[in-house]
Design a protein around this ligand. Structure first.
Ligand SMILES: Nc1ncnc2c1ncn2[C@@H]1O[C@H](COP(=O)(O)OP(=O)(O)OP(=O)(O)O)[C@@H](O)[C@H]1O
Ligand SMILES: [Mg+2]
Length: 292
């Protein structure tokens, strides 16, 4: 079964799509089979990289089938090993549909166990920066979540009161009979400016969540750099856009460091390696089945 990472945040514009696309681009360049799922009803991951085969169906078929994707839902990007399930239901249609379903939190989790997804090493699910049933379903489908946070007071505050509250609420459901608790939520400090204020906020975030059972802050920090937007405009993975190996904070180095931190078994694997396998998720934070 693939390792599933969902990108969640109740705040918009923090870098979920950018990080999801570029992490996927790097892992695919490592030779892993990657599936990116755009679960944002305002599609942006769907358009991030050029697609050379567009499937007849997308996310809405995955969701409205109750979590049974068919091969007809899978598009292919121009990059080897990098497939896509695109978002195809603008507006609130899919969220309203999910609202009617009692099993709404389980639907994407069920999809992750589909034989159609068996061939993938990794599935990345991007979500919209808001609270909603689709985001919650994506959170519950994940082995772990990544929540990019910009080190400014607004983003850090929204993370603490919005994203963490959503996670806590989901996990409280387990006390009332939900069959499992979520995986860990890993905070990725993103678009870090080299200012003392940004450094102070990053350190407050680390301290504030040091005792939270499900939240931890990644050591890798993504600096604010023009390469991220420029690579998105050029529609190429950022490691391929800013390839400066000798510059510690180049996108090439940062994206490698992020992949190595998430998957310690990849440590010191570089683009171009072959036969790469994922193992060693960070910590013990995968979802706990808690069937009484
Ligand atoms: N490390 C970075 N440095 C500079 N700019 C960045 C960085 N990461 C992301 N950006 C820029 O920030 C903007 C928002 O990023 P992105 O669209 O990935 O956020 P998002 O969380 O997916 O937003 P939404 O919630 O609207 O889906 C984009 O213009 C992107 O290029
Ligand atoms: Mg986005």
């Amino acid at each position: 079964m693939p390792v599933v990472i969902s990108f969640v945040s109740t705040k918009g514009g923090v870098g979920k799509t950018t990080v999801a696309a570029n992490l996927g681009g790097l892992l695919a360049a490592f030779g892993m089979k990657v599936l990116a799922i755009d679960a944002d009803v305002q599609p942006s991951l769907s358009k991030f990289f050029p697609v050379h085969y567009r499937s007849p169906q997308g996310l809405s078929a995955v969701v409205t089938s109750g979590g049974n994707p068919t091969p007809d839902c899978i598009s292919r990007t121009i990059f080897s090993n990098f497939d896509l399930i695109y978002s195809d239901t603008p507006g609130a249609g899919l969220q309203s549909w999910l609202n009617q379903r009692e099993d709404r939190l389980m639907i994407l989790r069920r999809a992750m166990r589909s034989p159609v997804l068996e061939a993938y090493d990794i599935v990345l699910i991007d979500t919209q920066g808001a609270v909603g049933e689709l985001q919650k379903s994506a959170a519950m489908a994940a082995d772990f979540m990544i929540s990019p946070v910009k080190p400014d007071a607004l983003s850090a505050g929204e993370f603490a009161t919005g994203t963490v509250a959503m996670l806590d609420e989901l996990n409280r459901l387990a006390d009332f009979g939900a069959p499992f608790r979520s995986g860990d939520l890993l905070v990725l400090i993103n678009a870090h400016e080299r200012t003392s204020n940004a450094r102070a906020l990053a350190s407050v975030l680390r301290q504030r969540f040091s005792a939270h059972p499900k939240v931890s802050v990644l050591d890798t920090v993504v600096p604010s750099a023009a390469a991220y937007a420029a690579a998105a405009t050029a529609r190429v993975p950022v490691h391929d856009f800013d390839r400066r190996r000798r510059f510690e904070n180049s996108a090439w180095n940062i994206m490698h460091r992020l992949a190595w931190e998430l998957f310690p078994s990849l440590a010191n694997v570089y683009v171009g390696a072959s036969g790469v396998k994922l193992a060693g998720l960070p910590g013990p934070g995968v979802p706990e089945e808690c069937i009484a």
